[in-house]
Ligand binder design. Sequence first.
Ligand code: FES
Length: 107
Amino acid sequence: MSKVIYIDSTGRRYTVDATVGETVMATAVKNGVPGIIAECGGNCSCATCHVWVAGEFAPLVGGPGDMEDDLLDMGVSERRDTSRLSCQIRVTEDLDGLTVEIPPEQP
Ligand code: FES
């Protein structure tokens, strides 16, 4: 079990227990965290699960794959260096305490 912390655009924090191996998107949806819509259900084709990974976790999480990178370029309103699609991040023991910010709007 690892913790994932989601921060919404108002600064509200949601700290949830995440199952190792599950995605950051699925963990949010399962726990009723608002702002992660996940229209495509995790198929890396909608970009409505966009998050900004907190700086200190960015190196651990790593960068996006090619398909995700394209989608981030085309599909999100404010792409940052730490932008990721949360359906493409799997929770691991090492990511315990992973903190992500949810943008004010999803595409
Ligand atoms: S849920 Fe659609 S791209 Fe992540």
